[in-house]
Ligand binder design. Sequence first.
Ligand code: NDP
Length: 330
Amino acid sequence: MNTFNGILLDKTDAGFSATLSGIEEWRLPAEGDVTVAIEYSTINYKDGLAIANKSPVVRKWPMIAGIDGAGIVEASTDPQWKPGDKVILNGYGVGETHWGCLAQKARLKGDWLVSLPAEFTTSQAMAIGTAGYTSMLAVIALARHGVTPDQGEILVTGASGGVGSVAIALLSARGYNVVAATGRLYETDYLKSLGATAVMDRNELSQPGKPLQRERWAGVVDSVGSHTLANAIAQCKYNATVAACGLAQGMDLSTSVAAFILRGVTLAGIDSVYASKPRRLEAWNHLARELDKAKLDQITTVIKLSEAIARAPDILAGKLRGRFVVDVNA
Ligand code: NDP
């Protein structure tokens, strides 16, 4: 009987379990028209939550973890794809309600997949992963709202994390002047090598503050939420845009309308999971053209599938720097 290895999450009367398991292929979900031999997956913040059972990310049991995957089509009844095609999967509830990609095999819907850009290997695509593709969506949102490099500094919060690290590289490549906010000031050299022009202590942003503060930012990419996001909004210049994509500090947002109605600030929400196909293709096309591969290599650590369960909680503790790629066949 054919089996494949995967990170199987389960919740039974005996409690929660996360195990590296051999899984029979016949158990792959019937929903889906493309079978993909996964080569690489990754550990996103949401994978950390799922594997550590920290928040209700998983809504069907048992579940194979992994919201991201890149690999080669093995079989397809969807005319968009044929065996041998190299594909990327980001989101769509995979790893949450549909078996995921921290596994050697996945059955997915053809409509969820995008072609691997020729510029990337499957490993590099997962070094980008949902975190990096979300960074690109955020950078596109700033540009769409008219934020240009000449307008002033861009704040990137959660700077040493996945979204933050890729955002710094992308923004600096576009010529923006990036200020990185981090709790890891010892990573200053790393953040500057990615393109940050200055680094600040995240504690300056993490406590409750006034709804209007000294104007500083022309734009913000925030992966932290809570008081950090509120302070970032309060420090925005006239007509600035804040791309809100994460909640590493918290889901809450206590602020006032002051910055919006007195400074014309725009709060742009970023969702990667159900972003439309055109938005995804736009983001991946920009990533292919704009992301410096040397910087991508610099932010990437590759681990084995057998290490994923142990490393996943570390992302929640803010201990992982940059992006962690999982070689599912190692
Ligand atoms: P990471 O854990 O890699 O990065 C988060 C970073 O936030 C940490 O590295 C740390 O950076 C900072 N941080 C952690 N805890 C706190 C805290 N208590 N207060 C302030 N800063 C903190 O995660 P990702 O980059 O993968 O994801 C970041 C966020 O974005 C997550 O909340 C995730 O769920 C969300 N996300 C949302 C997506 C969407 O579609 N909207 C898609 C992808 C991610 P440092 O040490 O430098 O301070």
